[in-house]
Design a protein around this ligand. Structure first.
Ligand code: UDP
Ligand code: MG
Length: 316
């Protein structure tokens, strides 16, 4: 029998894990051709999440858990899941039921048709989200798709079902600054997109605030595009040319009209402007440098404090 692994990153989800477990149980009846493995990755939860998962594991052999020594972030949790999932098919889904397990049978059918290696989900509405966030999200997708070679689909969720080959490729992408939406696009494979309506969280609240999303989007851009660096250099060249033109203009004006140069106010504006541009460009370089710094340190992605998964590497 084939094995399907479900990776479920959980951070303070004590109210949702059991709901999700029951729902997966219900759906697994429809997936009788597969043995199911549920891999709960407890990302350093401070509530009773781990306790609940452990009690589920005590009753059900199919429940595996990996518990981190602290909160390492959803990306690290997903990576731990990929590294330890043994399934022929592997799915990632949120613990809050926003990624409905009831879609799984449909996703499996798509893969079994032989036409696809991966089935991903995309929400078609952003109802229930603050308008400002939706606006910035849309902008982000527009920008990142312009400046990267890979396609990053607007509204794509992390909820996806993949074949083993794709999971192996993702595990090989061992970068520290992980941006899964980009990684999925980068490894390629034939991906089928299933649109679905946004579903509100079953319980608890979102772990993302505006600032975190902003930093995450910068991560995404820096990880998959070098265009901001080019913008900095092209901007520098243009400003240099502009200043040369200005020098010529002022020199000619002085020679022809004998105008003395006046106006410290305009000068102050120019200096501030150039200073701003320089700092902005240094900031861009700094972003890349900071990411490089973190990569070369080769710190582990996560540290496991407790697990019942076989052979899980404690530090990865
Ligand atoms: N999550 C995690 N570590 C974190 C933050 C979130 O493992 O540091 C998990 C969380 O438990 C949930 C999933 O990632 O299962 C998505 O988080 P959330 O629902 O807060 O994000 P949203 O759906 O609002 O984008
Ligand atoms: Mg959610």
């Amino acid at each position: 029998m084939k094995l399907m692994s479900l990776i479920i990153p959980c951070y303070n989800e004590e109210q949702s894990v059991e709901l999700l477990y029951n729902e997966i149980n219900r759906v697994s009846m429809e997936l009788s051709a597969y043995e199911i493995e549920m891999l709960f990755v407890d990302d350093g939860s401070k509530d009773g999440t781990l306790k609940i998962v452990k009690s589920l594991a005590a009753e059900d052999r199919r429940v595996k858990y990996i518990s981190f020594s602290r909160n390492f972030g959803k990306e690290a949790a997903m990576y731990a899941g990929f590294c330890n999932a043994r399934g022929d098919l592997v799915a990632v889904m949120d613990a809050d039921m926003q990624d409905p397990p009831s879609l799984l049978p449909k996703m499996v059918k798509k893969i079994e048709s032989g036409q696809w290696d991966s089935v991903a989900t995309r929400r078609v509405t952003r109802i229930g989200e603050p308008p400002v966030r939706s606006f910035f999200a849309r902008m982000f997708y527009k920008i990142i798709n312009k400046i990267t070679d890979i396609e990053i689909v607007d509204g794509a969720r992390d909820f996806r079902l993949m074949k083993r080959e794709m999971v192996d490729a993702i595990v090989k992408m061992g970068e520290y600054n992980r941006f899964s939406k980009g990684i999925y696009g980068w490894v390629g494979f034939r991906t089928c997109w299933l649109p679905y309506k946004n579903i509100e969280r079953a319980a608890g609240e979102t772990k993302w605030n505006f600032w975190k999303l902003m930093l995450y989007s910068i991560d995404g851009i820096v990880s998959f595009s070098q265009v901001p660096l080019s913008i900095a250099s092209v901007g520098g060249i243009l400003l240099t040319l502009l200043s040369l033109v200005m020098v010529v203009f002022l020199a000619l004006r002085r020679m022809i009209f004998g105008d003395p140069v006046a106006g410290w106010a305009s000068l102050a504006c120019i200096i501030t402007f150039i200073g701003g541009v320089q700092l902005f460009c240094m900031g861009i370089i700094g972003q890349y440098l900071a990411k490089t710094y973190l990569e070369v340190k080769k710190r582990p992605h996560y540290i496991i404090a407790d697990t019942n998964a076989e052979k899980a590497e404690r530090v990865q």
